[in-house]
Design a binder for this molecule. Structure first.
Ligand code: NAP
Length: 288
């Protein structure tokens, strides 16, 4: 049996084991997927410990039932540690400078980032909201925003404004993504979150404001009529944002679909098969 998990701190709340177990059942894959709680500052040690516990030598000799550690999802606060530990990086992990998926293969630790692709699939396929030609406001410039920005540019909106509390971080993301934006003819702007004055077709909340239970960090004038207001958060913590969007005439969507879609892409990276993510998202909606 191949062994996978989600590594984070805290990780008890994670829905990833349910999602990956359903993916495995639906694609007839045999694997184990667990929550892996890691002490802060000990990411490397934890990965090394798991690699030595679940290793090929054991599998081939003494214990036929032992598992091989093939990969893991990485969540707060280890996305940067995972990126630094990796010996190979996918182009999208390199662009984001953050990693949410590790794959262990032939002595290498391979870093990827599936957050952005998960977000775009949820918006364009599940919510049926085409991004091409739209004006987009991306709130936040942390790991999730960094992961989202590359795939967002590739979806070819007219313009993306990255607005963050710490404006220097928004400017940095803008700078690192300018060549890609030019390639796709997307206008890329950086702003302080307090200075956003325009109206947008798509508002993506990639800040931790909902997680922190604080007020929506922008004025309601940012929502064009029929704008899609998307919070990467899901569950009860996302409710205040979703209600705010609907109150101001927008279409509200939480980040549950992004969670399932980023997991589906990680599953594809590990197993080479695409699970029925729409079906698992429907099941998740009933659970959450
Ligand atoms: P992060 O790296 O810690 O970044 C946090 C971001 O939020 C920063 O831009 C920070 O601004 C901003 N922020 C924090 N508190 C704020 C407040 N009260 N008002 C305004 N801005 C605030 O976190 P992350 O990894 O990017 O995650 C961000 C959110 O996305 C979390 O809620 C996370 O759960 C969610 N997420 C969801 C998925 C999914 O699959 N659905 C995947 C990834 C992340 P400063 O730079 O100024 O500090």
């Amino acid at each position: 049996m191949d062994y996978y998990g989600v590594i984070g701190n805290p990780v008890a709340h994670s829905k990833s084991p349910f999602i990956h177990e359903r993916f495995a059942q639906l694609t007839q894959q045999e694997l184990i997927y667990e929550k892996i709680e890691c002490p802060i500052g000990q990411f490397k040690e934890k990965i090394e410990y798991l690699q030595s516990t679940y290793r090929p030598a054991l599998f081939n000799s003494l214990n036929q039932n032992a598992s091989l550690f093939k990969g893991c999802n990485v969540t707060i606060p280890f996305k940067q540690d995972a990126f630094n530990l990796a010996t190979k990086h996918s182009p999208r992990a390199l662009l984001a400078q953050a990693c949410n998926t590790l794959k262990f293969e032939e002595g290498h630790i391979i870093a990827d980032n599936t957050d952005g692709l998960g977000l775009i699939r949820d918006i364009e396929i599940n919510a049926k909201f085409p991004i091409k030609g739209k004006k987009v406001l991306l709130l936040g410039a942390g790991g999730a925003a960094a992961g989202a920005l590359g795939p967002l540019i590739e979806a070819m909106p007219l313009q993306i404004t990255i607005a963050n509390r710490t404006v220097a971080k928004a400017e940095h993301l803008c700078m690192t993504h300018t060549p890609l934006a030019k390639l796709h003819q997307v206008q890329l702007l950086a702003s302080s979150i307090n200075a956003v004055g325009d109206a947008y077709d798509l508002l993506i909340n990639a800040t931790a404001s909902s997680l922190a239970g604080v007020q929506v960090p922008v004025n309601d004038s940012v929502l064009s009529p029929q704008a899609l207001g998307y919070d990467m958060m899901y569950g009860p913590n996302a409710q205040a944002f979703l209600e705010w969007v609907e109150l101001h005439g927008g279409i509200a969507r939480d980040g549950l679909g992004m969670l399932v879609e980023q997991a589906a892409e990680a599953f594809y990276i590990w197993r080479g098969v695409r699970p029925d993510s729409a079906r698992v998202l429907q099941e998740m909606r009933q659970k959450v």
